[in-house]
Design a protein around this ligand. Structure first.
Ligand SMILES: CCCCCCC/C=C/C(=O)SCCNC(=O)CCNC(=O)[C@H](O)C(C)(C)COP(=O)(O)OP(=O)(O)OC[C@H]1O[C@@H](n2cnc3c(N)ncnc32)[C@H](O)[C@@H]1OP(=O)(O)O
Length: 281
């Protein structure tokens, strides 16, 4: 029988501030002793909205996986229909001054850690994956998605602009013309469309199958020298990573300036209302 280690269940103290959703961790890491592959599961009901705490836990889990000599990382969700709803809009709507800085900085850190991870990475996309959810999946090297869900960078639909590093992530997967058009449109792809354009690599009929396909992808590196593999990956990704490293502060200031524009705040408020109305119907 397969033995697994549950690593990331250490309780965390509750901090008295907005959006603190749980006293326990919002991610779990399970390492398969046989394959050495770590499965990182997001678990922030109801929709895995990426708030400051979930981003912190993601970062910690990625670091843990890097540190425990896992052979690979599979990112997935405990929610049966949602991989991640993207950034928690409540973090950006009428934001707290200090918290929003920490939030965006933490998002930058998670992207740097995941996109730049030294281990092979794959996403088992077992539900909808808009915007920041798509960013996480696209930061991995391989994607397997379940049918009847949607994925894409839909920022323009919300009246916001995906920053350069979101674009770079798309461009690392999609042909330039497709990346530009779909980002401009804020297009959400169905699973089948995502496969057709290359945004996902395979379709699986269940989460178990998606995880198995991700593990198969990671196993393709079993006989490749790990240092040669990770340095090669780094060479492919270093320009994108370096660009954000060099421009982190400007990126943060640009985000803060943009998000605090009255028109942007108004748009986010309307969007939030529409989401809430939809969930009441
Ligand atoms: C230079 C400036 C740069 C700015 C760049 C910013 C980049 C931004 C990136 C982002 O990620 S923005 C977030 C984009 N996300 C979305 O547009 C997704 C919105 N959500 C949905 O489409 C759907 O909720 C879903 C994910 C498809 C799930 O649908 P489902 O029918 O299962 O659930 P709902 O009833 O819609 O939602 C339940 C509950 O959750 C709330 N919610 C959903 N998504 C978010 C979110 N992203 N943030 C905060 N809250 C969210 C929704 O309002 C419901 O709440 P309640 O009504 O139950 O209170």
């Amino acid at each position: 029988m397969m033995r697994t280690k549950l690593l990331s269940l250490v309780p965390r103290a509750t901090v008295a501030c907005r959006h603190m959703s749980s006293a326990t961790k919002l991610t779990t890491v399970e390492v398969n002793d046989k394959t050495g592959i770590a499965t990182l599961t997001m678990n922030r009901p109801p929709v895995n909205g990426l708030n400051l705490e979930l981003l912190r836990d993601l970062q910690q889990s990625i670091e843990e996986i890097e540190g425990n000599k896992s052979c690979g990382l599979i990112l997935t969700s405990s929610n049966p229909t949602i991989f991640s709803a993207g950034l928690d809009i409540l973090e950006m709507y009428k934001p707290d001054k200090e918290r929003i800085r920490a939030f965006w900085t933490q998002l930058q850190d998670v992207w740097l850690a995941l996109y730049g991870s030294s281990v092979p990475t794959a996403a088992a996309i077992n539900g909808h994956s808009p915007a920041g959810g798509c960013l996480l999946a696209a930061s991995c090297e391989y994607r397997v998605m379940l049918p009847k869900f949607t994925i894409g960078l839909n920022e323009t639909q919300l009246g916001i602009v995906a920053p350069q590093w979101f674009m770079s992530t798309y461009l690392s997967i999609l042909p330039r013309r497709e990346a530009e058009r779909s980002l401009n449109q804020g297009r959400m792809f169905t699973t089948e469309e995502a496969l057709r354009v290359g945004l996902v690599d395979e379709i699986a009929s269940s989460k178990e199958e998606a995880l198995a396909k991700c593990a198969d992808f990671i196993a393709t590196f079993a006989k490749v020298n790990p240092l040669a593999r990770s340095l090669t990956k780094q060479q492919f990704r270093s320009a994108d990573l370096q660009q954000l490293e060099n421009e982190r502060v400007q990126d943060l200031e640009k985000f803060l300036f943009f998000i605090n524009q009255p028109a942007v705040q108004k748009g986010l408020g309307i969007y939030l209302e529409s989401l809430k109305k939809k969930s009441k119907n």
